[in-house]
Design a protein around this ligand. Structure first.
Ligand code: M6R
Length: 620
């Protein structure tokens, strides 16, 4: 988590840093701060709260200068206070730095530094890094290094990095080296933007968009020294290396809310368009299959696949569960869906012909990235289903498919989920057609995909009705979400949406499993949300619904239009259009997204920036 931005050049650095922090706020919004070098001294401004708070502070107390660093924090070590906000100061102010990642041995290092007289002002692991750099700087100078030489500072940072255990993306400013910033990475992404006599550094490329499209992505163990004239890249093992410049393929984010009050609502309503984008140019009418060239695999290679592993976190993991069902049904390939945070440390046996996918909206989730790297380390090509172009996972994957959902800014994932399910359906079609899915079946599959954006448009018509249901139910503190087969992941996803933005406890369960424990929770204060569209399993889900009603539990049902049987029994019925079962998650998740949105609003929660969360989880 946490967003970092830095700049050397001649622009008004405080404006640039603030703009960068606004763009990076999705990575954390507990507090924010900047440090600016005016050629003589470093000025710090930092404040708990959103970047807007910091902007107000900078307005009241402006800072001048052309070199600076900034940070937006998602708290790991130390509570959310002004003091714990980055940047942090080392020694007597000779070093000021920002950090993303976790320093696992911070306790030991802190004890060591305190025994040497360093006084700590914060509870953070980052302050340890700042003091350690100051300490090594002091040592270097005592050993005779020139305090006016850049190399003295670089050496102090390099020695510090060898002593850290954990992950870091770090950017440092030095009081006595006014025109220079030093940045280094291990495990936390950093990108340098190259301008005309100016350089930028950031956690991702978003703060660079509009300023430069020439970038160098830092590799692990790289350290970069930036001055307005020069970028000097060094690798721990290889010494000085040439920057590998790439052209940034990113346009400014669509941050305009338009007619909507929140990004989440805007993104829910963008789903028909996102789904159209997901299939555009990817349906091959002549071969009745999906065109997924980014997989970088020949039909022969695809034919040999005997197992698929999908790995992801959160909502993307739920999409993976839908992927398991649809790929197994249509391509008949066994699929496993693994939490990335588990997979990265497990030693699961993988056959040579196992195909692996990381599923991620942001492309920056630390656990998903680590799981993908672990798979690659074991010699498996790892593919990605990803939304953000140029993200770390998109760059490091051996191939894959972009969602093309457009930027998702609300912390609660909505359009990314339905787009991921769409891509997994395309994958099932593609793999199925290399096996026993016939041409006519492929054509039928494609026809359903093409109809889907329109069906989602129709599903969105439930908005007003969901609003009314939310008004009646928002005060309840516990919910059950129940569904079966393709709608079991939808139940999990619906519960997650409610939890994360309204802070209401919700459990997602396979409807029939409820009898094995959760049914004990059912009472008149615990609504059950049943996802019960038409399909082979519906009579069974109906029995589960009756069981809840028999115990006095209120029922909100998501059912297909015209399904009067469900409407007669449930307390509330929200109708969506009928689609084939393998596509139902895309349609049935719509009312659940809207329900979470309205319950959160009515409970006075910050829908787009829920407490304790960040859009992109870049620490493990
Ligand atoms: O960017 P990713 O898809 O890798 O993110 C994974 C999860 O952190 C994410 O889906 C999270 O669960 C969302 N806040 C859910 O709405």
């Amino acid at each position: 988590m946490c967003g970092i931005v830095g700049y050397v050049g001649s622009r008004k650095v405080s404006d640039l840093l603030l703009e960068g922090l606004f763009r990076l706020e999705y990575r954390g919004y507990d507090s924010a701060g900047i440090a600016v070098h005016d050629g003589g001294a470093i000025s710090l401004r930092k404040r708990a709260g959103r970047v807007q708070e910091l902007a107000r502070l900078v307005d009241e107390q402006p800072v001048e200068g052309g070199v600076g660093i900034g940070h937006t924090r998602w708290a790991t070590h130390g509570s959310v206070t002004d003091a714990n906000s980055h940047p942090h100061v080392g020694g007597n102010g000779e070093v000021v730095l920002v950090h993303n990642g976790v320093i696992e041995n911070h306790d030991t290092l802190r004890d060591h530094l305190q025994s040497r007289g360093y006084v700590f002002q914060t509870e953070t692991d980052t302050e340890v890094v700042a003091h350690l750099v100051a300490h090594h700087l002091d040592e270097r100078v005592k050993l005779g290094d020139d305090p006016g030489e850049t190399e003295t500072y670089v050496r102090a940072v390099e020695i510090t990095l060898t002593e850290l255990k954990g992950t870091y993306g770090v950017v440092a400013l030095f009081r006595d080296l006014p025109e220079t910033i030093v940045t280094a990475r291990l495990g936390s992404p950093l990108v340098v933007g190259v301008g005309e006599e100016e350089y930028f550094v950031a956690s991702d490329a978003s703060p660079l968009v509009g300023y430069t499209d020439r970038v160098h992505y830092l590799s692990d163990h790289e350290l970069v020294v930036l001055t307005p004239e020069k970028m000097d890249v060094r690798h721990r093992d290889n010494g000085r290396v040439r920057p590998s410049l790439q052209t940034l393929d990113q346009v400014a984010d669509d941050t305009d809310l338009g007619e909507f009050e929140h990004y989440m609502l805007k993104e829910i309503f963008e789903q028909p368009k996102a789904l159209e984008n997901a299939i555009r140019g990817r349906l091959d009418e002549d071969a009745a299959t999906a065109r997924l060239g980014g997989l970088n695999m020949t039909p022969r290679q695809l034919r040999r696949i005997d197992r698929i592993v999908l790995t992801a976190c959160g909502t993307s993991w739920h999409a993976g569960l839908v992927g398991e069902y649809v790929i197994e049904e249509f391509a008949r390939i066994p699929v496993e869906v693994e939490y990335a945070s588990e997979l990265r440390y497990r030693n699961s046996p993988l056959s040579e012909n196992t195909m692996t996918f990381a599923i991620t909206q942001s492309g920056e989730t630390a656990d998903t990235l680590a799981a993908m790297r672990e798979l690659q380390r074991k010699g498996h090509p790892a593919l990605a289903i990803c939304n953000v172009v140029g993200s770390t996972i998109a760059r490091e994957a051996d191939g894959g498919v972009y969602l093309r959902a457009g930027s998702e800014i609300g912390v609660a994932s909505t359009k990314a989920f339905t787009s991921q399910v769409m891509i997994l359906n395309l994958l099932a079609l593609h793999l199925g057609r290399t096996r026993h899915l016939s041409f006519p079946s492929g054509e039928r599959f494609m026809r359903r995909l093409r109809e889907l954006p329109e069906k989602v448009e129709q599903a969105l018509a439930c908005h007003e009705q969901v609003k009314e249901v939310a008004a009646r139910y928002h005060a309840f503190d516990n919910y059950l979400y129940l569904g079966r087969l393709y709608n079991f992941p939808v139940a999990l996803e619906g519960a997650l949406k409610l939890k994360e933005i309204s802070y209401v406890h919700a459990e997602g369960y396979p409807a029939a499993e409820m009898k094995h424990g959760p049914i004990a929770l059912v009472d008149e204060r615990t609504p059950s949300v049943f996802v019960i569209p038409k399909g082979g399993i519906q009579p069974k889900v109906m029995s589960n619904l009756e069981e809840v009603k028999a115990r006095g539990g209120p029922v909100i049902a998501i059912a297909c239009e015209g399904d009067e049987r469900v409407a007669e029994i449930a307390d509330e019925t929200i109708f969506v259009p009928y689609v084939e079962e393998h596509l139902q998650p895309i349609v049935t998740s719509i009312p659940l997204q809207l329900l979470a949105y309205h319950v959160a609003l009515l409970r006075g929660c910050n829908v787009d920036r829920p407490r304790n969360l960040a859009k992109s989880v870049t620490v493990e």
